[in-house]
Design a protein around this ligand. Sequence first.
Ligand code: PEP
Ligand code: MN
Length: 262
Amino acid sequence: AVNRTIHPEDTLVKVNGVTFGEGMFQVIAGPCSVESEEQIIEVARSVKASGATLLRGGAFKPRTSPYAFMGLHEDGLRLLLKAKKETGLPVVTEIMNQTQLSLFEEIDVIQIGARNMQNFDLLRAVGRFNKPVLLKRGLANTLEELLMSAEYILSAGNSQVILCERGIRTFETATRNTLDLSAIPLLKQKSHLPVIVDPSHAAGLRNLVTPLARAAVAAGADGLMIETHNDPSRALCDGAQSLDLEQFSNLMADLKRRIAFE
Ligand code: PEP
Ligand code: MN
């Protein structure tokens, strides 16, 4: 069970030599979408040099408009795995439905995005798959609902779940979403699962990413997910909230002054 009163010890999620939980701090960085071989390799090399411990990149993208860029699909997964091979960074990418599971065998962490947080068939399917899951909070879901979604995965047999606060919809329009900082201590008090924060999707604006990342660290997060692109102005998805490679490097230097990495 997800509930800490039933299971008091912290769960450690181990991904290819990288541990989430137990005071370790992990930074997942990379573009919203894998766009080309040159792009993902350049980003992977740079974020690794800056200290990121995992690489992200979407191949199947859940877009609001059916006419928007949807990702490179199988080619995107292949390029992400190429970047993994080049750099040694474990990779995180989003799954949209359970028919895609067989494509994810070599992916290190399966991301369930905000829009699929309550896709219960998908939750059960990744629960039966023996692979760490990054479960993002839904656009307008309570913490209790997030924890019940995690419960679907655990109850199907997979306890390797990382929770991710990525902002929720509120009346405020100055930011894309409102980062719920209370979610970090509350989720850690109520559950034994590691909790990370995605300030990029919360803010929607790159100038807010570093301050919100600092806030997440101060509130006790076990890690961060930071959208990072080699040329944000040309990004096919979420460029406005993406740091460029130098900004990511500066963020890591700032974080290293605040926390001890492994
Ligand atoms: C993403 O990580 O690119 C993404 C689509 O995030 P979310 O599901 O939190 O909107
Ligand atoms: Mn994105």
